[in-house]
Design a protein around this ligand. Structure first.
Ligand SMILES: Nc1ncnc2c1ncn2[C@@H]1O[C@H](COP(=O)(O)OP(=O)(O)OP(=O)(O)O)[C@@H](O)[C@H]1O
Length: 249
């Protein structure tokens, strides 16, 4: 197996409170890997450590064999390890096409400039349309992003993320706030995007996790409680206990 992302002894303390404690995590290339756990387990903290939005107190992170522990989010994005945009990062007054063009422009390292003429931006159109097509938004290409239904905005967010040419995508609760119809659509989209990329996602919706994940890591109280496929972890007594004990939303 080829390892895409590896954390060793990952630890984060907030003024003495240990939110993530000595986590060893290995994500295999080409898989969909989910990070789950009851409320307060440390999933978000762990995600922020892996995406370099937080600096670990101890431990190391390697991506494709390269130590990225001290690197900045923008630098790891250039290596192909990309965190999905938050919906707030979608520009509501720009069209779907313009949003993806802006992402492409940034990926090429050009300064971000609303005043840039349409003409000079048009050269990104073909690539932008390909990403928009990949996420099933072709019929919305000229719609204002702000007018899109919530689930379609998430698809646009993924299209803008694909513009950064990720080899590995980190998704933070991709199903949050989605209707069942959206959940089905975004699940299909994640599966499709994963055909040529590695995915690590934090997700609360356990049926989505069961449906999509090749491998699941269960965190509780900042530590790894169990790891395996869904059949394995859902039967593990310590996992059942942690979920019942801590309550789950
Ligand atoms: N900046 C911070 N300062 C102090 N404590 C923090 C900070 N961030 C997180 N924590 C604490 O660390 C623990 C883990 O939080 P975290 O948000 O990572 O858990 P989670 O598994 O994502 O939870 P949820 O599912 O509720 O989002 C919690 O007890 C939380 O209060």
């Amino acid at each position: 197996m080829t390892i895409a992302l590896k954390a060793e002894g990952l630890t984060k303390e907030f003024r003495g409170f240990v939110a993530v404690n000595n986590v060893d995590l290995t994500v295999e290339e080409g898989t969909i890997h989910a990070l789950i756990g009851p409320n307060g387990a440390g999933k978000t903290t762990c995600f922020n450590l892996l995406t370099k939005f937080l600096q670990p107190t101890r431990g190391t992170i390697t991506y494709q064999g390269r130590d990225i522990t001290r690197m900045k989010p923008a630098d790891i994005a250039r290596l192909g390890l990309v965190r999905s945009f938050q919906i707030s990062a979608v520009f509501p007054d720009l069209s779907v096409l313009q949003n993806v063009r802006v992402a492409l422009q940034r990926q090429r390292g050009e300064s971000y400039d609303f005043w840039r003429s349409e003409k000079s931006l048009n050269r990104f159109d073909d690539a932008a349309r390909a990403h928009i097509d990949e996420v099933g938004l072709s019929e919305f290409v000229d719609h204002r992003a702000g007018e899109l239904p919530y689930g379609r905005k998430r698809a646009l967010e993924i299209a803008a993320t694909l513009a950064l040419d990720p080899k590995m995508l980190l998704l933070d609760e991709p199903m949050a706030g989605m209707t069942q119809e959206d959940v089905d659509r975004i699940s299909a989209l994640i599966r499709q995007v994963a055909q040529s990329r590695t995915i690590l996602m934090v997700e609360h919706n356990l049926s989505v996790v069961a449906n999509l994940s090749d491998r699941i890591t269960v965190l509780a109280r900042g530590e790894i409680l169990a790891e395996g496929n869904y059949a394995q972890i859902s039967k593990a007594p310590e996992v059942i206990e942690a979920y019942i004990g801590a309550g789950h939303d």
